[in-house]
Design a protein around this ligand. Structure first.
Ligand SMILES: *[C@@H]1O[C@H](CO)[C@@H](O)[C@H](O)[C@H]1NC(C)=O
Ligand SMILES: *[C@@H]1O[C@H](CO)[C@@H](O)[C@H](O)[C@H]1NC(C)=O
Length: 427
């Protein structure tokens, strides 16, 4: 009964607006996988750094680890190549060519490799003259004194069997993005292959161009869209992204959902920059925001405690909830925040909720954070009860108790960017 009602509701919703390109069935839940950028940058010196330069071996080894270490079974299926995979010059047919030395099997060969393992391949390009590293061809490539290459590149990617395309925003006038990104989206759509389109349109417009992005148009064009600075391997960076998502929370809630998710950039968990607690915090926030979960760390060297965070089934289930709702920030002061995400199970019209308590003060002992259920869920019904599930098992037991409207959800939270995360499961 509940399922039937939800289906009717979803059908009503989707028939009430013009069919967007992002309604093609791609990214109904946030994409999960690997992206090389934060962990490996764009180093091409394979003589000096044979195990961490950008070449096909790197992506194949990451794919092998995703499968062998259980990531793929949990949903981490995209292996995303970033900048510097291509040759400087296009071929005689004006098609992009993979670097002959570092990608000897070509992108088609790499895509075949991924598909043979049940994985998906993502590739990188740029809306402007050059990719962001500054010397390689983008899709607009005026430097050749010729036409642009949106159509040729889309067809090439489709023929190669590419599953995802990240289009960066360097070397172009950000004011033209409202025309250019939808054109690229059209070209990808015309190929007939479902290619997840990930845009840097709002990031470049807002952060670098001072333009408030047209999120309605963006969410019709891009399956995921980077809307803030590149994540760095540091707590300062994660903290800044969390602040930005709080500042624009209402707008991002409105324009993020199945088929079109806001993307706060990669998970940096497993690298050198975040503590264990801060790594849990990144995973918790990205999960309640319904953000893409793109791991960027050397999976060959991942320590078990970080692997456990990335493989936390409860958090992945929060992230992959089929409604794809972005959490609401219900409380913020200098040192604390509380975020609440509606999710399944929904019983008799009453939702369940994932709740994150964040404690940022960089000193002192663990403190209790405490709110009544009605402060977390303003429209809670008088007699609804929720079972409180501890999603990181910080209390050593899964179910912490049962709460109703006027009860307090009180949790002890460590300092310095730590979280507690629970799920209020409606009874
Ligand atoms: C192309 O866009 C239409 C909506 O405009 C959508 O129904 C269709 O599935 C898309 N095709 C592909 C291959 O993405
Ligand atoms: C792109 O290239 C064209 C042709 O060389 C040039 O006029 C234009 O300024 C370039 N755009 C950017 C943003 O670099």
């Amino acid at each position: 009964m509940i399922t039937i009602l939800t289906i009717i509701f979803v059908t009503l919703l989707s028939s009430s607006h013009v069919l967007a390109k992002t309604d093609d069935g791609t990214a109904r839940t946030p994409p999960m996988g690997f992206l090389s950028y934060t962990a490996f940058d764009t180093d091409t010196d394979c003589d000096r750094y044979p195990n961490s330069c950008i070449n096909e071996q790197l992506y194949k080894e990451m794919a092998d680890r995703l499968v062998a270490d259980g990531f793929a079974d949990l949903g981490y299926r995209y292996v995303n190549v970033d900048d510097r995979w291509m040759e400087k010059d296009r071929d005689a047919n004006r098609r992009l060519v993979a670097d002959r030395k570092r990608f000897p099997s070509g992108i088609k060969g790499l895509a075949d490799y991924m598909h043979s393992k049940g994985l998906l391949l993502g590739i990188y390009g740029d809306i402007g003259n050059l990719t962001c590293s500054g010397t390689l061809p983008g899709q607009n490539n005026h430097n050749t004194g010729e036409r642009d290459f949106f159509d040729i590149d889309a067809q090439t990617f489709a023929e190669w069997g590419v599953d995802s395309f990240k289009q960066d925003g360097c070397y172009e006038d950000v004011k033209k993005y409202d025309q250019l990104y939808p054109r690229m989206g059209d070209e990808l759509n015309k190929t007939g292959r479902h290619i997840l389109f990930t845009c840097e349109w709002p990031f470049f417009q807002y952060v670098l161009g001072g333009i408030h992005p047209d999120y309605a148009a963006i969410s019709r064009t891009c399956h995921t869209y980077r809307n803030y600075k590149d994540v760095l391997d540091s707590w300062a960076s994660i903290d800044e992204i969390i602040k930005y998502y709080g500042d624009y929370n209402d707008e991002f809630i409105k324009y993020s959902g199945p088929g079109h998710f806001a993307d706060p950039d990669e998970l940096t968990i497993g690298n050198s920059g975040l503590s264990y607690d801060q790594s849990r915090t990144q995973m918790a926030m990205w999960s309640v925001w319904s953000s893409p979960l793109l791991i960027s760390t050397d999976l060959r060297k991942l320590r078990p405690e970080y692997k456990a965070i990335l493989q936390n089934r409860e958090l992945i289930a929060v992230n992959q909830d089929r409604h794809g709702i972005m959490a609401k920030m219900v409380y913020r002061d200098n040192d604390h925040q509380i975020w609440v995400k509606p999710m399944e199970p929904v019983i008799g019209g009453q939702w369940s909720y994932a709740v994150v308590y964040l404690h940022k003060r960089p000193m002192g002992h663990p403190i209790y954070m405490s709110k009544t259920v009605s402060e977390l869920i303003p429209d809670v019904k008088d007699n609804t009860k929720y079972e409180v599930h501890d999603l990181f098992l910080d209390d050593g037991k899964e179910i912490l108790g049962t709460v109703g409207k006027n009860d307090r959800l009180e949790l002890l939270v460590r300092p310095s960017g730590s979280v507690r995360m629970v799920k209020l499961v409606v009874k």
